[in-house]
Structure formats: C-alpha cells, structure tokens
Design a binder for this molecule. Structure first.
Ligand SMILES: Nc1ncnc2c1ncn2[C@@H]1O[C@H](COP(=O)(O)OP(=O)(O)OP(=O)(O)O)[C@@H](O)[C@H]1O
Ligand SMILES: [Mg+2]
Length: 309
C-alpha cells in the first residue's frame, strides 16, 4: 500500500481575469477549484495510473471538508487528522496577457500533540508492504525533524519511505536514510552546498554517493533537461520527452507518483524510468497539477529513450 502524507494541504483556486490590476476591482471570468498539496497531488496521479493510495495529513475547517469531498469524489482513500483553523486556499490569478499572481495562505499551525497523533496514525497503517510518501513543506509548529522521525518509525515496522522535500527538511530526513528520493537539480545542488549549476556527470556522481549511503533509488529531475536515476546496479540518464508544455507546476509530483507506483508494482528499473519520464512529461501537457490520463502515459512511455551509463 502507498500512503501519501500532506502536512499542509490546500485548496488550489484558479481564477481568470482579463488583465489583472492591483489596487482596482478585478472581475473574475472563470473559477476552478481542486484539492492540492504535494502528497494529495501524488495520490491523484497514482489514482490516474490505476493505482491506489491512502492520503493522510492535517485538515481543518470547511476548506478541509471540501478537500475530503474532492477526494471522495475521486475515490481516493483518506484518513486525515482534523485540527483547529481552516486548511489554506491558494489562489492563482491568471490574466489574458499571460501574467500569474499568486496569493498563498499560511494554513493552520500544528501542535506537538497533533504531530505525534499523525506519526502514530501512520505507524498503525504501516507494515512491510507499505511505502510512505513524504512530500512538500510542513506548516508552522511542525519540527523540521518530522520527516526523519516518520522515516525511522516506518522503517521500524518494515515499511519504506519516498522523500520529496528540500532545504533543512531534506537534509535532516536523509539522516534516516529514506529508500527513494527525488530532489530536483537545484535542491540537490543546495544540499551539496554548491551555488553553481552541475553537469549531468556531476549530478550522477552525487546521486551515486547518496546510493552508497543506503538509499535504494535516487531520481534527480532536471526540468526540461530530463532526469538522471541511480540505484545499486544502474545509472540512467534520460532526456525529457518533447511535449508541448502547458504548465510545469506539479511535474515533480507526477514523477514522485510514478516512482511510488513503480515501487508498489515492483517494476524493474528500466520500466520505472520509462514511467517516470512519461508521467512527468504528461503532467506538463495538462492544466495546473491535473494528472495525465493513462492512454497518454502509455503513448509517451513508448517514446522514452534512455542512456545507460
Ligand atoms: N518542459 C518540459 N518538457 C518535458 N518534460 C518536462 C518539462 N518540465 C519538466 N518535465 C518532466 O518533469 C520532471 C520533473 O520536473 P522538475 O525537475 O521541474 O520537477 P520539480 O522541480 O520537482 O517540480 P515541482 O516540485 O514544481 O513539481 C522532469 O524530470 C521531466 O521529466
Ligand atoms: Mg519538486
């Protein structure tokens, strides 16, 4: 089973106006709502691939209930912890000249007791067939060691962990040796303390050094330049698929979903890489963080060319 953890979910509200004008009345032409937050995006994509997951994390207030309704409508299982305050709504204002204005709420602060309750809940669901996906930032009140703590707890019960985080959260979680990680190029360069762009060969070297620390699969995504993958017995460089990009937001989450699905279905590494490249390229062709459908993914999978190093 795959569990996705979203500590700071959001309702993603996308609105369209003619030309956005600050300090003025802007009339909205179109509004769309969706449930968001990295873990929830991963759950949505796993579902679009025909897989199953259990979405967990914190929700609050009416907006929290809306997220549960969206997940119910999509047949995505969930078991969230309810907290005081409202789950945030993140608003993206698109205008016809191509400008985007974003308004992100902070979301409710979380207490130590609530964090503890979430860790316990994850523990009760975990067995040796479980993969826990830890993705995204954490809300105020949550200690930066939380992903490391969850990873240790999951490992004690024989489960596995997939990590997609950055900065301090990423650095601290690596100490608990997650099983799969998907940093993007910038996140990995920052982790290594470098302020210049690394070559593919240098990224691969870094990925391999992380594997040597016990991480089973390291996928480093490089946006339109593709991705590199390293595991115990393989090194693969993959150029991105030439698709018409609509929105690259959530391409990384799509790759995380593919990694989780591939692990759950015990796919071989080449099939895993093929799926990662196809799902993430498919995601950039869709609006916002909408997952690509299975037919498009299968078509794109046949177009993936990989270079074994
Ligand atoms: N313009 C593009 N064309 C084709 N594929 C793309 C493009 N941008 C991204 N991808 C695919 O998506 C993958 C992940 O993208 P990226 O490295 O931007 O993730 P990210 O920075 O973690 O994104 P986010 O966290 O915002 O979801 C890439 O490795 C690539 O396969
Ligand atoms: Mg990312």
């Amino acid at each position: 089973m795959i569990i996705t953890v979203t500590m700071n979910p959001a309702i993603d509200k996308t609105v369209e106006v003619d030309k956005f004008q600050p300090y003025a009345l802007n009339r909205i032409r179109r509004i769309e709502y969706d449930a968001g937050g990295k873990g929830i995006n991963v759950s949505k994509t796993i579902h679009a691939l025909g897989g199953e997951s259990l979405a967990m994390g914190f929700l609050g207030g009416n907006t929290g209930m809306t997220i549960e309704n969206v997940l119910n409508a999509r047949n995505i299982r969930h078991d969230f912890i309810y907290v005081d305050g409202d789950t945030r709504t993140n608003t993206k204002i698109f205008d016809c000249v191509g400008g985007v204005t974003e308004l992100n709420e902070p979301g409710p602060a979380i207490t130590d007791n609530q964090t503890e309750a979430l860790i316990q809940k994850i523990r009760t669901y975990t067995d040796n067939e479980t993969l826990v996906v830890l993705a995204g930032s954490v809300p105020g009140g949550v200690r930066k060691t939380v992903y490391a703590e969850i990873a240790e707890c999951v490992h004690k019960k024989g489960g596995k962990v997939l990590l997609d985080a950055d900065g301090e959260l990423f650095r601290l979680a690596l100490k608990a040796v997650p099983d799969i990680i998907k940093p993007n190029q910038t996140e990995l360069e920052e982790y290594a303390g470098l302020d210049h762009k690394l070559s593919v060969a240098e990224l691969m070297e870094l990925a391999e050094s992380l594997c040597q620390k016990g991480i089973q699969t390291v996928a480093v995504s490089m946006g339109k330049d593709g991705a590199v993958f390293a595991g115990e017995n393989y090194k693969i460089n993959c150029p991105a698929l030439p698709v018409k990009a609509h929105s690259t937001v959530g391409a990384g989450d799509a790759m995380v979903a593919a990694l989780a699905y591939a692990h759950d279905r015990k796919l071989q590494e080449k099939e895993m890489v093929r799926l990662c490249m196809a799902v993430s390229a498919g995601a950039v062709t869709t609006v916002g963080t909408k997952p690509p459908d299975r037919v498009l993914v299968e078509q794109l999978m046949s177009e993936v060319r990989m270079q074994m190093l």
